[in-house]
Design a protein around this ligand. Structure first.
Ligand code: ATP
Ligand code: MG
Length: 601
């Protein structure tokens, strides 16, 4: 992260781009990405052959033009003239056709690479362990699938065909020159090569400014996104002026960088044109002299002038695309790194084979867990046993490890020591997908996707397990979500916004409870599922949950002790340890930590 040095001086949250400034330019990333797709390589070779053919025909046309001039100089306008003119036109046309198909085939084959990359990245996101997203900023993951893949797309569909045909043309021109007249050819090659290197050098120099523009634009976009999502907070804290001045500062810097780039471009392009046209002076100077002294034929001379002209446009095209090439190389390196992140199967162990229906027994035996830092355990030596169909409450102070404990049951995180058994089978013997499908987990943060209410309610049901509207309405009536449903103008077809912004926090919790009951899981896990619901509605939900929990193992985390007093077992957590367990009556009688909690409630 190169820009970290100036982060401290900047106020406010860090920009997405700051979090993601790894821009190694490495050809290997691109080659490795390409190597993963077999078919495109064949097409790519075919396209290169076509481009070579195209360059060959261009050279033929240039040579013919020379011969044509020879014939014109001798005032012979007969059949030889017609033949040469036709070959000239024909060669130009064939070269164009070859070029057209060459470029199309490259674009076609490389589109497959980018599409494949997009698919692989999305598959990757599905296979990465949850812990990966705890330690990776969301902006970085999004950039991989959006900006980085788009950078590759731009490179493959536009730049690569242009650059490849430019390089092939430059090489073909050089070879044609050297073959037709070694001395004059060497002069042109010697003068043009430094011009090509110089133009590349200038472009690489311009990269710093390009990058600055990209960084500033990404920063401004991130700022804008923050402003919009945090609009309420900004208004409440009266921060409008502050955000405006931050934004203005950003746009001013962007303006200055754009001016710098325009200045640089105004200098670079004419310089490249000058450097590439300069060899023409030598062609005319030396070549003209050779023609006059009779050591060079007029035809060869004319062909040479034509060859020299042919150098300018490929060099210019090449230099214009250097920026895209560098960006694509950096993008492919980053994409390659993400694709190589260890998947869930290697972090949590290979997927097991057990694919049976759950009875709902859960056992923790001397479990230690941390979030990837075993030297700092979050859970310390946790052991308990829950029978099938039992109702268990988990209580304890904030940060005592309740959520961490229950997140181990659907195998969301790795266990450092000990074992978790579900139905007496170790967790890692279970087929994870099968296990997770039978567990209903309501987390502290309710996830609501943009889409219809119906889709949001059925999110936990597989396609072959579809629920009719009547079935949905019955469950809604049971959980008390019916009231909210009736107030929505379009009912089940109502479109919910991302995160369920058009619902209240309590309504979102009711939705998630309804959703879980529709899923019909064997193990029900409720993490503060009723914390935002008003006391009256909570009573309805509690009753619904009581009905719903019949025949299922239910784990309830609650700060309000009244929610768990009726449980078969209460687990009391303190600082990552399980300090007490028993029924409400037993724990009160014990007069320990729980009894103290009960007294203060
Ligand atoms: P609360 O009642 O506030 O929900 P909790 O008992 O559920 O608290 P946990 O969420 O299990 O507490 O957190 C226990 C400890 O683990 C906390 O100190 C927290 O800092 C740490 N922790 C929680 N989630 C993560 C994570 N994803 N990565 C790293 N550490 C985490
Ligand atoms: Mg918690």
């Amino acid at each position: 992260m190169k820009s970290s040095s100036n982060q401290k001086s900047r106020r406010g949250p860090r920009y997405i781009s700051d979090l993601d400034y790894d821009d190694n330019v490495d050809w290997l990333g691109l080659i490795k990405l390409f190597k993963t797709e077999k078919k495109p390589i064949k097409y790519f070779l075919l396209a290169t052959l076509l481009l070579l053919g195209s360059a060959g025909f261009l050279m033929l046309s240039a040579k013919n033009l020379g011969a044509l001039f020879g014939v014109i100089a001798q005032k012979k306008f007969g059949s030889e003239y017609i033949l040469l003119a036709s070959v000239f036109l024909g060669a130009e046309a064939i070269s164009l056709i070859f070029q057209y198909y060459g470029r199309i085939i490259i674009a076609y084959s490389t589109t497959q690479v980018t599409l494949g990359t997009r698919k692989k990245l999305i598959d990757k996101i599905n296979s990465l362990p949850v812990a990966y997203f705890d330690s990776t900023p969301m902006g970085r993951t999004l950039t991989r699938i959006t900006a980085d893949v788009e950078g590759l797309e731009q490179f493959f569909s536009g730049t690569l065909p242009k650059v490849l045909s430019a390089v092939v043309q430059i090489i073909a021109v050089f070879i044609a020159m050297l073959l037709s007249n070694l001395k004059l050819g060497l002069i042109v090659v010697c003068f043009t090569t430094p011009a090509i290197f110089f133009s590349v050098f200038l472009r690489v120099k311009a990269r710093a400014v390009y990058r600055e523009i990209k960084r500033l634009t990404a920063g401004l976009n991130a700022k804008l996104a923050e402003n919009i999502s945090g609009l309420t907070l900004i208004r409440l804290f009266g921060l409008s002026d502050w955000t405006l001045s931050e934004y203005r500062g950003g746009t001013n810097s962007l303006y200055r960088s754009h001016l710098k780039l325009m200045n640089l471009n105004a200098f670079v392009m004419p310089t490249i044109v000058l450097l590439c046209t300069a060899p023409l002076i030598f062609v005319f100077g030396f070549g003209g002299n050779y023609v006059l002294s009779g050591s060079l034929e007029l035809a060869t001379f004319v062909a040479f002038v034509r060859y020299s002209e042919r150098i300018l446009s490929p060099v210019r095209a090449f230099s214009q695309e250097i920026q895209v090439i560098q960006d694509a190389l950096a993008s492919s390196e980053r994409i390659y790194h993400m694709l190589n992140e260890p998947p869930e199967t290697s972090v949590l162990g290979e997927d097991g084979h057990v694919q049976q229906e759950l009875a709902g027994k859960i056992e923790f035996s001397h479990v230690f867990a941390s979030y990837g830092r075993p030297e700092k355990p979050i859970l310390k030596n946790i052991s308990f046993r829950i029978g099938s169909g039992e109702k268990v409450g988990l209580v304890g102070a904030t940060g005592s490890g309740k959520t961490t404990t229950i997140s181990l049951i659907p195998a969301l995180y790795q266990i450092d020591e000990g074992v978790v058994l579900i139905d007496d089978i170790p967790l890692n013997h279970w087929h994870r997908e099968t296990l997770r499908q039978q567990i209903g987990y309501i987390s502290q943060d309710v996830e609501i996707f943009r889409g219809s209410l119906r889709d949001n309610l059925l999110v936990g049901r597989s396609a072959h397990h579809f629920a009719s509207d009547q079935e949905i309405l019955n469950v809604c009536a049971l959980t008390g979500f019916e009231k909210t449903l009736n107030s929505l103008p379009k009912g089940l077809d109502q479109i919910l916004l991302d995160g369920g912004k058009n619902l209240s926090v309590g309504e979102r919790q009711l939705l998630s409870i309804t959703r879980i009951i529709l899923k019909n899981p064997k193990i029900l896990i409720l993490d503060e599922a009723t914390s935002s619901i008003d006391p009256h509605s909570e009573k309805i939900v509690q009753e619904a949950l009581n009905t719903a929990s019949l025949g299922r193992t239910t784990l309830i985390i609650a700060h309000r002790l009244s929610t768990v007093t009726a449980c078969d077992l209460i687990l009391v957590f303190h600082d990552g340890k399980l300090i007490e367990k028993g029924t409400h009556e037993q724990l009160v009688k014990n007069d320990g930590y729980y009894a103290q909690l009960a007294r203060t409630h």
